[in-house]
Design a protein around this ligand. Structure first.
Ligand code: 6R9
Length: 699
């Protein structure tokens, strides 16, 4: 049984299939699946009767979806051009004849170029100043703040003026390393107001990871807060920032460190912080500013933000999102996927350090004039009823979380959600990884009382917003499937070996890799400072297509089932982690000669991090050594990347040309040793048995 339980993957049950390091293996992968034996059973069949999917209303709206989708693909300039005019306030209109320029082959996509607008203006200033913009709930349930659009607009202007006072100009990259407090959202929006490009670094990243992102982006300003709070514990962010500053080699790079103040929690063992020469207290600086700042007119293609995300190789990529296309896409997907209506209280419980927080805590809901709910704590603090309690108290209408949280909460049974009044809920969202039908069903039946739509939203940092998802009351739900492409998304399934679109088999099903055939407004335009890398990773693998890096199966009704990454990225609790980053943290230890990291199926986290290490001469396996290795990963990347399992091995499965065959390691940790595949290309095939023994012992 795989991590997702029996029958999760509709066609076959293993998560990962490729080893991109082995040339030509992709073809073998597809062939293996094609030969996979008995006709696969769709895991969701048994749930169809509980779903209100084929009632008359849905059928007619489903037809409408098909028509609109087809039209949006046939004439994307018309579809997005009309929406851009209706949905955004422009300072200078874009040219109707130049809605979309460039293409996926050349990698020079531009939407609405020449048009000018400001995203902060669109997100705040244009809405009713008295309407509620943001509800924040801190780590403690009684720590609540509410801000209207007017209040937020004023405060964002003050922050914007404070940034200007510190010399921040249009186009400058501002790094933000903050806890989930309203000031984080407002600092992002303040950057947008003056045309500075924010780069939010998730506050779970270590000092070294923060330093490398600051350096890569050549960011001269860093904004932080003294502390974060999570589950009753202080997170000494300012202290981590001080360490990060030590790691930055160019000592003149960062000119200012702006520090928001939060009260230090009594009794914490964390080190208190000190102000350093470059540090400026943010609160008094902001309080001194005028509450009005003219919005900077930004070209639709000017950069709005960068966000680092993990890939196959070492340093994470700084994906660049631009102004007009991203804003439109965030706004339109939020409204459509979550069926937003006036008065809705929209709660996405992701952290703003990830793309989900950017698009669905900050930009999407606010651009729609909805009330966004921002949450600092965890699903189990002070107890496992926290989410349900918040939904009841704030009358939340849309709730958006990751399958890992649902699986965790399911463990506590049906009673916690049943104790609360969850009748305000209309739409329940899932994001970050495939949702297994068991978790889907619990979410739908127990949390949603079979009355809410569950939307399984598939997308990526690179896509800006949802690209495949069902739509409430419009398209059918299918447990375990993200279903159908969003409007304007020309989703295709490619044969990874030939790059051609896969033709359906006799049953109407296809499988291959997920790609998109036409540009859409929300797509990232480049990797900061490295367009060649952007081309290599996304656009060159299959010329003419955007390549997602995910493998997929599509059923005879066109529903998509994402089956895992085809690169060396693992997904732990919905966090995207590059195995290369963890490996480099392990080999940074003087005792480690080589390391290989793979994902191991995990019931709650989706995948767990499993590391294989080879020791250098003179080093011996010991508990202390394992502890040091964990620490190394914590300090180089962040504690959320700490391996669940570290296995010391005399050697690793290498090809004769010296490449580690991670495919074999993945099979071993998953216990799928009867389907190891071809091991004859290994330099030393006997290592396989040694590893099976080792993994067996440490399990
Ligand atoms: C939004 C986000 C992207 C990767 C993506 C895929 C996985 C996200 C999913 C999903 C199946 C879903 N993923 N949503 N897989 N079903 N509904 O998570 O962005 O952090 O960049 O991760 O996450 O593998 O390629 P990001």
């Amino acid at each position: 049984m795989g991590a997702f339980g029996e029958g999760f993957a509709p066609f076959y049950s293993h998560g990962r299939h490729h080893d991109p390091s082995a040339v030509g293996q992709n073809q073998a992968f597809i062939r293996t699946i094609a030969r996979g034996g008995a006709a696969p059973k769709m895991s969701s069949e048994s749930y169809n009767e509980i779903l209100p999917v084929y009632d008359a209303k849905t059928v007619s709206s489903f037809d409408k979806y098909k028509k609109i989708h087809a039209a949006s693909i046939a004439d994307p300039s018309k579809y997005w051009g009309d929406l851009a005019k209706a949905d955004l306030d422009w300072m200078v209109p874009f040219d109707d004849t130049k809605v979309l320029q460039g293409d996926l082959t050349k990698g020079d996509v531009r939407w609405f170029a020449g048009g000018k607008l400001n995203v902060a203006y669109n997100a705040l200033d244009r809405h009713d100043p008295d309407a509620l913009a943001l509800i924040w709930e801190g780590d403690e349930p009684n720590d609540i703040r509410k801000l209207t659009f007017g209040e937020m607009s004023n405060k964002v202007s003050q922050i914007a003026n404070a940034l200007k006072a510190k010399g921040v100009k249009k186009g400058d990259v501002v790094t933000i390393y903050m806890p989930m407090i309203p000031e984080l959202a407002m600092t992002m929006l303040a950057c947008a107001k003056i045309g500075a490009v924010h780069s939010v670094v998730f506050a779970g990243f270590s000092a070294e990871a923060l330093a490398s992102r600051i350096q890569a982006a050549k960011s001269e300003v860093l904004i932080t807060a003294d502390h974060g709070l999570r589950g009753g514990k202080n997170i000494a962010l300012k202290y981590i920032v001080d360490q990060a500053m030590e790691h930055i080699t160019d000592k003149d790079l960062v000119k200012n460190v702006l520090v928001w103040g939060r009260e230090y929690k009594e009794g914490s063992s964390e080190a208190p912080y000190q102000m350093k020469p470059k540090d400026v207290r943010m609160d008094p600086l902001v309080a001194d500013q005028r509450p009005y700042c003219a919005p900077e007119p930004m070209d639709a293609e000017d950069n709005l933000f960068i966000l680092y995300t993990s890939g196959s190789t070492g340093m994470p990529k700084g994906l660049v999102h631009t102004t007009g296309g991203y804003a439109l896409y965030a706004k339109h997907t939020t409204k459509t996927t979550f069926d937003l209506a006036p008065g809705d209280i929209f709660a996405c419980v992701a952290d703003c350090g990830w793309i989900t927080g950017h698009s669905y805590v900050v930009y999407g809901p606010l651009l729609n004039g909805a009330t966004t709910f921002m949450f600092e704590s965890t699903p189990v603090y002070p107890d496992e009823g926290r989410y349900w309690d918040m939904i009841q108290r704030h009358k939340i209408t849309q709730f958006y979380t990751a399958p890992t949280a649902i699986r965790l909460l399911m463990r506590y049974g049906d009673e916690p959600p049943s104790k609360y009044d969850l009748s305000s809920l209309k739409v329940l969202g899932s994001v970050g990884e495939p949702i297994n039908p068991e978790a889907w069903r619990w979410y739908y039946e127990i949390v949603g009382r079979s009355e809410c739509t569950v939307v399984d939203t598939y997308w990526q940092t690179e896509t800006g917003g949802h690209i495949v998802t069902n739509l409430p009351g419009v398209t059918p739900m299918k447990p375990g499937s993200c279903t159908l492409p969003f409007y304007g998304v020309d989703a295709v399934v490619l044969d990874p070996a030939t790059g051609h679109i896969v033709e359906p088999d006799a049953t109407g099903r296809v499988e291959g890799v997920m790609a998109v055939r036409q540009p859409w407004p929300g797509m990232a335009r480049t990797c900061l400072g490295d367009h060649a890398r952007y081309m290599t990773v996304y656009l060159k693998p299959y010329p003419g297509y955007y390549f997602t890096g995910d493998s997929v199966q599509r059923d005879e009704e066109g529903n998509h089932f994402i089956t895992g990454r085809v690169d060396d990225v693992i997904n732990v609790s919905g966090h995207r982690i590059g195995t290369a980053e963890v490996e480099s943290a392990l080999v940074a230890h003087p005792g480690i000669a080589q390391a290989a990291v793979v994902g191991k199926p995990h019931d709650i986290k989706g995948q767990a991090i499993c590391a294989f290490v080879m020791l250098r001469n003179g080093y011996e396996e010991s508990d202390d050594l394992i502890q040091e290795l964990r620490l190394s990963v914590r300090s180089e990347v962040g504690s959320f990347c700490s391996p669940d399992m570290i296995i010391v091995t005399p050697s690793l499965p290498m090809t004769r040309s010296g490449k580690i065959m991670r495919r074999i390691l993945r099979k071993i940790v998953a216990g799928e040793t009867d389907t190891l595949g071809d091991t004859s290309t290994l330099a030393d095939p006997s290592i396989v048995d040694t590893l099976i023994d080792k993994v067996g012992i440490s399990d």
